[in-house]
Design a protein around this ligand. Structure first.
Ligand code: NDP
Ligand code: 8X3
Length: 251
C-alpha cells in the first residue's frame, strides 16, 4: 500500500465509538495511529482487523500519569513522530439532578474528562511544539453549550474542554501547533451504556424519536479539521442530529 505519510496521530478512547472510527479513518488517510484505551483486547482486535493499516494498540488509563509516560516511552520507533493528538477518551456517569447525584460519579468524570485530557496534553504537547507543527483535536460536547436536565457535572467537564481549547489556541500562537474542538450532540456509541452502567434498555430509550449521529460523522469532522491547510485553524465544530432539540441531552 502506498500512502502519504502524515506522521502519527494519537487517538484516545480508541476501543469504541468515535475513537475507534477516528483511528481507522486517520490510518486510512496515511497516519500511523496510536490507538489508546484501557481495554487492550478491543484495541488488539482493531489492529488485527486492519493489517494493511499502521495502527499500534496502547492499553493504558488516561487518569494514570505515570502509566501513560511509561506506555509512551515504550512506543516503537515507527510511532514516535507524533503530529496529531485526538483527546477523545471520556465518559458520563449517572443522570440525576445534582442534589441527588453520586459524588463518586463526579470524581470519575472529572478524573477522566478533565485530568485525563491534561495528562495526555502534558505528555505530548512539548513534542508537538518542538516539532514546530502539529494539531490537537479535543472532543467536547454540545452539553457544554446547551444545558439539559441531569447533565450537570458531565456538561461542566466538557465546558472545561471547550475553554481549554480556546486557551491553548492563545498560548500556542506562533508555535505551528493548531488546536480544535469538536462538540457533538447525541450519537450512537457505547456512551449511553456506560452512563447507565450497562442497562441496555435504558440506553436504547434515549434514542427514541431521534436519529443519532454516528461515530463516522464525528470521525469525519476530526479528519476535516486535521486536513485543513496549515494557515487554517478550525476552532470549534458543533454537530447535532437534525432532530435533537436544544436542551435535550442523553435522557
Ligand atoms: P464510548 O463509550 O463508545 O467510547 C469512550 C472511549 O473512551 C472508549 O474507548 C473508552 O475505552 C475510553 N475511555 C474511557 N475512560 C478511559 C480512561 N480512563 N482511559 C482511557 N480511555 C478511556 O463513547 P463515545 O465514543 O461516544 O465517546 C467519546 C467522547 O465523545 C467522550 O469524550 C464523550 O464524552 C464524547 N461525546 C459523546 C457523545 C455521544 O453522544 N456519544 C456526544 C458528545 C460527546 P476503555 O473503556 O476501553 O478505556
Ligand atoms: C453528550 C451529548 O447530546 O447527550 O455529550 O448532550 S448529548
Amino acid at each position: 500500500m502506498t500512502y502519504e505519510d502524515r506522521g502519527v496521530a494519537v487517538v484516545s478512547g480508541a476501543s469504541s465509538g468515535f475513537g475507534a472510527r477516528t483511528a481507522q479513518v486517520l490510518a486510512q488517510q496515511g497516519y500511523g495511529v496510536v490507538a489508546l484505551a484501557r481495554r487492550g483486547e478491543r484495541l488488539a482486535t482493531l489492529e488485527k482487523e486492519h493489517p494493511e493499516l499502521r495502527i499500534h494498540a496502547l492499553s493504558v488509563d488516561v487518569r494514570d500519569r505515570a502509566a501513560l509516560r511509561t506506555a509512551f516511552e515504550g512506543l516503537p520507533d515507527a510511532y514516535r513522530d507524533i503530529s496529531a493528538m485526538v483527546n477523545n477518551a471520556g465518559l458520563s456517569k449517572g443522570f440525576g439532578p445534582l442534589q441527588s447525584a453520586d459524588s463518586r460519579h463526579w470524581q470519575e468524570m472529572v478524573d477522566t474528562n478533565i485530568t485525563g485530557v491534561l495528562n495526555l496534553t502534558d505528555l505530548l504537547l512539548p513534542g508537538l511544539v518542538a516539532r514546530k507543527s502539529g494539531h490537537i483535536v479535543n472532543v467536547g460536547s454540545i452539553a457544554a453549550n446547551y444545558p439539559y436536565m441531569g447533565g450537570n457535572v458531565y456538561a461542566a467537564t466538557k465546558a472545561f474542554v471547550h475553554q481549554l481549547t480556546l486557551s491553548m489556541r492563545v498560548d500556542l500562537e506562533g508555535t505551528g501547533v493548531r488546536v480544535s474542538c469538536i462538540a457533538p450532540g447525541m450519537a450512537r456509541t457505547e456512551f449511553a451504556l456506560v452512563r447507565f452502567d450497562g442497562d441496555e434498555e435504558r440506553a436504547e430509550e434515549l434514542y427514541r424519536g431521534v436519529t443519532p449521529l454516528t461515530a463516522d460523522d464525528v470521525a469525519q469532522a476530526v479528519s476535516w479539521c486535521l486536513s485543513r491547510p496549515p494557515h487554517v485553524n478550525i476552532n470549534m465544530i458543533e454537530l447535532m442530529p437534525a432532530d435533537q432539540p436544544f436542551g435535550l441531552g442523553f435522557g
